[in-house]
Write a protein that binds this ligand. Structure first.
Ligand code: CA2
Length: 158
């Protein structure tokens, strides 16, 4: 079974424990569990990884670049947290592992929030972007990966 990586950046380990108005009550282990279950349903082996360290996220992207080249990974669903708005290193890393598809995913609608959250260094190199669907966005992004990179020929058929 090919792999899909659910990658989460800084502070997302706090999900469900604070700021419920912004991010809801679901915890990161809950998210990882429903992504894993969804992966089983759609025929993918889901790996989940979270780090508060930029370099650890970059190392994981490099690992998946190699797995994708070997035909062992479909792609990555990535919520880079606040690094979205600051990290040229993440943009370089995603460019460096092309053609590995990386879907950028945000729980909140970053465009309806502070101006500094409107800028993303990841969006220009993302294969797709999902924002503002709460934690369901992770599932939408997984389905988007499959629809765009596996079932693309069937996408527009009635
Ligand atoms: O909406 C998203 O998913 C964000 O990526 C979340 C980031 C934020 O900096 C981005 O602008 C948008 C914040 C992740 C921190 O998550 C927390 C969750 C609960 C309590 C505290 C932080």
């Amino acid at each position: 079974m090919k792999k899909i990586l659910i990658l989460n950046g800084p502070n997302l380990n706090l999900l469900g424990t604070r700021e419920p108005a912004q991010y809801g009550h679901t915890t990161l282990p809950d998210v990882e569990a429903f992504c894993t279950a969804h992966g089983e349903q759609i025929g993918y082996d889901v790996e989940c990884f979270q780090s508060n360290w930029e370099g650890a996220l970059i190392d994981k992207l490099h690992e998946y670049g190699r797995l994708h080249k070997a035909g062992e990974a479909l792609g990555v669903v990535f919520n880079p947290g606040a690094l979205t708005h600051t990290s040229i290193a993440l943009q370089d890393a995603i460019k460096g592992v092309e053609p590995l598809p990386v879907i950028e995913c945000h729980i909140s609608n970053v465009h309806a929030r502070e101006t500094f959250r409107h800028q993303s260094w990841v969006s220009p190199v993302a294969a797709g972007i999902v924002v503002g669907f709460g934690v369901d966005g992770y599932l939408i992004a997984m389905d988007g990966l499959v629809r765009k990179f596996v079932n693309s020929a069937a996408t527009h058929k009635p």
